[in-house]
Design a protein around this ligand. Structure first.
Ligand code: PLP
Length: 398
């Protein structure tokens, strides 16, 4: 199948939800991708912050292959080793006491929402059912997760959404204190907003959210689907804040590109969930959990985390030093960096692709840099050099 055929067939047989670039990828290796004609690309997106260990990591391939050879699926009516081992590994390196496995970030947030509702109902009564989320937030596309997602374009076509969700201003303590009340059961926040433009929460804001949740007996939920698991240079994005949540959700990078979601909870939350109240056919399957164990072991390695911090700094400085006045702001943490430009970035992303550099945006004017965590300083330099050339090309032709 070549690109033209792929476009024709996709246009004929698939629901048209995705705006796609004119590229047909067939292979990946490390931070490189290859299209159907053998052209080589440098990947500064890693899916959307997914391929933390890069493409076709040999250990990952071996792990998936070996597990598939032995057992791909049995229902959750039975015990399987990788699931239990990954649960133990996640609990041992986090605030959490227990975990629930799903298949995506949206589902991990749906689970958090359901658990928070049940916890509040059981401990404080049925009226404690309101939820607070923030402007710029992205928590997923399923109905519950979408109800917590702020962007009107994503929400409006599917109204009515879940009632009882209130949006406070992100990084605004006063706005949060107005919205969080005794009726609030949970407050959902991304320690670093991803889709919202790569915006880190301030320390003060996260501290205030913890205080407000404690004061009003609400659960603090950190959505680390995008920013967690080493991406920001610490295993958990919330670590530098010195604040622990009651629930945390993970997904994207955990299973090396295979679908997984996890909701990590404290014992008091887990304790209210009874057998049969929640479940998933595929959640916690042997193959994804074997892959998850490997990813977790690799991304919590202090050496890798230090490399993420150092290379993040190199990337940041290189971006700050881009010539011209197109760059308005560079922000983020570790290898999750947003570059805000003075113009819409769509033509820039296309120009970069023409120069075999894969970039993604986070909103109309922000380029989101989230390469594999294994990227080298040399490859970062290569990416920024191409970007610099593309900025000059696109802006000069404006
Ligand atoms: C912070 C955050 N939460 C949730 C999601 C939803 O995850 P998924 O697309 O796996 O459902 C995303 C996806 O981009 C995300 O960035």
């Amino acid at each position: 199948m070549d690109l033209k055929q792929a476009q024709e067939l996709e246009g004929r047989f698939m629901v048209q939800t995705y705006g796609r670039h004119d590229v047909l990828f067939v292979r990946g290796h490390g931070v490189r991708l290859f299209d159907h004609e053998g052209n080589e690309y440098l990947d500064m997106a890693a899916g959307i912050a997914v391929n933390a260990l890069g493409h076709s990591d040999p250990d990952m391939i071996r792990t998936i292959r070996d597990q598939a050879w032995n057992l791909v699926h049995v229902s959750n009516f039975f015990y399987t080793r990788p699931q239990i081992e990954l649960a133990e590994a996640l609990v041992k390196c986090s605030f959490a006491d227990r975990v629930f496995f799903t298949n995506s970030g949206s589902e991990a947030n749906e689970t958090a929402l359901k658990f928070a509702r049940k916890w509040a109902r059981r401990t404080h009564g049925a009226d404690k059912n309101q939820v607070v989320a923030f402007t710029g937030a992205f928590h997923g596309r399923s109905m519950g997760a979408l109800s917590l997602t702020h962007k009107q374009d994503y929400r409006d076509p599917f109204q009515p959404l879940l009632t009882g969700v209130h949006f406070a201003e992100f990084n605004d303590e006063e706005s949060a204190s107005e919205k969080i009340t005794d009726e609030t059961c949970a407050v959902f926040v991304e320690p670093v907003q991803g889709e919202g433009g790569v915006v880190p929460a301030t320390s003060l804001f996260i501290q205030r959210l913890r205080q407000l949740c404690d004061r009003h007996n609400a659960l603090l939920v950190f959505d680390e689907v995008q920013c967690g698991l080493g991406r920001t240079g610490s295993l958990w994005a919330h670590e530098p804040y010195g604040i622990a949540p009651d629930i945390m959700t993970l997904a994207k990078p955990l299973a090396g590109g295979l679908p997984i979601g996890v909701t990590l909870v404290r014992e008091e939350v887990a304790a209210v969930i009874e057998k049969g109240e929640h479940g998933s056919t595929f959640g916690g399957g042997p193959v994804v959990c074997a892959a998850g164990k490997l990813t977790l072991a690799r991304v919590k390695d202090p050496q890798l985390l230090q490399q993420v911090r150092e290379n993040g700094q190199i990337l940041r400085e290189a971006l700050e030093n881009l010539p011209g006045d197109a760059v308005q702001d560079v922000r983020g943490a570790g290898l999750l960096i947003g570059v805000e430009l003075s113009h819409e970035v769509k033509p820039l992303i296309q120009a970069a692709l023409n120069h075999r550099l894969v970039l993604i945006n986070a909103g109309p004017k922000v380029i989101r840099m989230c390469p594999p965590l294994t990227i080298s300083a040399h490859q970062i330099e290569e990416a920024v050099t191409i970007l610099s050339r593309c900025i000059a090309d696109v802006w000069n032709s404006h």
